[in-house]
Design a protein around this ligand. Structure first.
Ligand SMILES: [Zn+2]
Length: 475
């Protein structure tokens, strides 16, 4: 600790003396007259935009790996930037979309009683050896040692960590259960073949929930509760999903389901029976039995990208760590567990893959990083006079519709034509683009509004525009 402090002092000393707290460095962007809305200007954003196809290909070291639409579009529009095989910088627009997705996940998990926590990424090998998974996961684990030769892995999942945490609660009573604990953190997996951008990376964000119940029956109810919450999340995102019976793999347990977005580039083959509604990942079926195991009907196959996975674990982990609660008879008893994953960064990429056109990103409405983009006319053009009304419009929207504050972007790159900026705006997928063209100089002033969901352009006076934007939902 002392050494850490010493190091911190020697590091922070010169910084502090260069930049005393009483005189913070001045930055024009953060100084506004009091009471006025702060305008978000696109020209100030850190976003490498408008990369040509060949430039994008050059970003990835392995050209052949640039094989899917979401990967290409996200690189081209400066949403992500490669940092190494299967690792990406998430740039500001992506982080905004991800924060929105996490807010929605928080809402759904907390609506069923979920409590959020945050566990270390450095996971002790001792715990992983206790469950036998240190060997089982093998090379997929990023393994490392500290200076005392203690072994760790960078956590791909946290069953060991949370079950031993729960085991330390010696006075846990049946009255306190169920506990539904979850986190949204970075996960690590040494993928042999990272590809498809954020769809199969080596470092990614996941929501993982672990549930603790006092009986198998209660744990099954919890299982259904979490699966229903997943369904509600995908419904709110407007994403069609399939839930299939799945293999338990290295996580283990006795029952498992995967949530997939149907996609041709998907690496899983799913099968469905149109007769009885049975669905499964084909890896769970006996290849010698081509028919539906429930009704013997014909099975049809599709491809899917896995975005969620649920496991009924029973006492697989609690028996290893002796994770007990005191039951109604006053006796210690093993907790019944479940675990539930959602691929946060993968949902983002898979949604873009499903919804986008070849040239333009489409977000689930609620996740669009910004809801509205305002495009004032080009400097030096006939409509130049409309630059100021556009800035006023920005302030008017932000004042009249406080829910949209922080959701409106001004594309102030007025050295570019309206057409060029509109093309960029369509590519980035703002739900609404407002343009001040010729008719912005008429009396009354009319703005050109491009609505993404209808692909239509409408001309609206200021009040009409406010009425339209009033309906925009944000999370
Ligand atoms: Zn069937």
């Amino acid at each position: 600790m002392e050494r850490l402090l010493r190091r911190w002092r020697s590091f922070s000393g010169p910084l502090l003396s260069r930049c005393p707290p009483s005189q913070p460095p001045l930055c024009r962007a953060y100084h506004h007259p009091p009471g006025r809305v702060k305008r978000l200007a696109l020209s100030r954003f850190f976003q490498p935009q408008n990369l040509r196809e060949d430039q994008v290909v050059g970003l990835e070291s392995r050209v052949s790996e640039l094989t899917c639409k979401s990967h290409r579009l996200m690189l081209q529009t400066g949403l992500i930037h490669p940092a190494g095989p299967g690792c990406y910088h998430y740039l500001p627009f992506t982080v905004r979309a991800m924060e929105k997705l996490i807010r929605m996940i928080d809402q759904e998990m907390q609506a069923i009683g979920g409590q959020k926590l945050d566990m270390p990424s450095l996971c002790s090998a001792k715990l992983w050896r206790a469950t036998g998974r240190w060997q089982l996961m093998g090379k997929e684990l990023f393994q490392l040692q500290d200076r005392h030769n203690k072994e760790y892995c960078l956590g791909p999942t946290h069953e060991e960590a949370i079950t031993s945490l729960m085991a330390s609660q010696k006075t846990l009573s049946y009255r306190q259960l169920p506990h539904l604990l979850y986190q949204v953190t970075r996960k690590f997996r040494d993928e042999p073949r990272p590809r498809f951008g954020l769809l199969r990376g080596r470092e990614f964000y996941m929501k993982d929930m672990y549930t603790f119940d006092c009986s198998a029956e209660a744990a099954h109810q919890t299982y259904d509760l979490v699966c229903d919450a997943y369904g509600r999340l995908f419904d709110r995102l407007g994403l069609r999903f399939v839930r299939v019976q799945a293999a338990v793999g290295s996580i283990g347990g006795t029952m498992s389901h995967e949530f997939h977005l149907p996609l041709n580039i998907g690496e899983d083959t799913l099968t469905a029976c149109s007769n009885c509604g049975f669905t499964a990942n084909v890896e769970t079926l006996d290849p010698k039995q081509p028919n539906c195991p429930v009704c013997q009907g014909k099975l049809a196959e599709t491809k899917g990208v896995e975005v969620g996975h649920t496991f009924y674990l029973g006492t697989k982990y609690s028996s290893v760590f002796n994770t007990e609660f005191i039951n109604a008879q006053g006796k210690p008893s093993l907790v019944e567990m479940g675990c539930y994953g959602l691929g946060v960064t993968r949902i983002l990429a898979a949604a873009i893959e499903v919804l986008s056109t070849e040239e333009c990103i489409r977000w689930p409405r609620l996740l669009a990083p910004y809801q509205v983009c305002l495009i004032p006319p080009k400097k030096g053009s006939k409509e130049e006079m409309a630059i100021e009304p556009m800035e006023t419009l920005y302030d008017n929207i932000a004042e009249a519709l406080p829910q949209l504050q922080g959701e409106i972007l001004l594309d102030d790159r007025t050295h570019l034509t309206i057409g060029n900026r509109l093309k960029d705006a369509k590519k980035l997928g703002y739900p609404f683009v407002v343009i001040a063209g010729k008719r912005a100089l008429e009396q009354p002033c009319h703005f050109e509004v491009w609505c993404q969901n209808t692909e239509e352009v409408v001309f609206l006076p200021k009040q009409g525009l406010l009425d339209l934007l009033r309906k925009v939902q944000v999370v």
